[in-house]
Ligand binder design. Sequence first.
Ligand SMILES: [Zn+2]
Length: 88
Amino acid sequence: MRFRCLTCGGIYRSPLADGMEYFHACPPLSDAELRRAGVPEQGLESADRTRSGARDQNLIFDGPNLRGRVKSEGLGQTEVPEPGGIVR
Ligand SMILES: [Zn+2]
């Protein structure tokens, strides 16, 4: 299945082609995103790149039942169709 992260807009598949589950974590803010937010060129290097509401699907195991939970849901994710759809 293919998903879009509702925090950063990233698109990813899970499970991956080799069957492994993918755990999305939003990347830090890019130069382009900082520029759009009004950060001047000379401020890019030292800018805070923390993404507000970042999603991190990596699991933490801190409960009594040994079932992991997502570190941070962020704004969530939504399923998106495969590009081009499926030809039958
Ligand atoms: Zn993301």
